[in-house]
Ligand binder design. Sequence first.
Ligand code: 4NP
Length: 164
Amino acid sequence: MSHTTGIMFFCLGNICRSPLAEALFRHHAEARDLAHRFHIESSGTSAYHVGDPPDPGSVRVARNRLGLDITSQRSQQLTSDHLSRFDFAVAMDASNLQNARRLTTTPASRLLLLRDFEPDPSLHGRDVPDPWGGGPRGFDEVFDIVHRCTEGLLDHLLTLQAPP
Ligand code: 4NP
């Protein structure tokens, strides 16, 4: 029997950080031939950019660093329906995690903070910095953080899915 795990990555605008998280988690899953096990989307807690493509900074860093094309993504707003349908919702920062908690009675174990999957435990609990409106270096820093944390998250989810 096949079971797909739904993962919703979210930030504020769904144009900078969470589009990269969606693409990089999918990239890691594809590299391990596991993409079929996941349904992956991203969203923002605000409606500021609904319908917009990712920010040019995120498009550039995804293409330059890993050859990924994220231009077909479109921003959507996170809803309480998403939070009940997806197995896990993964916040880019504490403020948006708080926003999501207000939308739902979803158990805390299904609402996650991305940097809790940092390989270095001293970095757990931190925010993925918001690069919006900043210079290009901000997007490279976000890429590095999101790249390693989405891999850590995938490792974690595979331990949950491992047969007994
Ligand atoms: P994101 O970045 O949450 O990583 O997509 C932002 C994008 C837009 C805004 C803030 C953050 N904004 O205020 O419009």
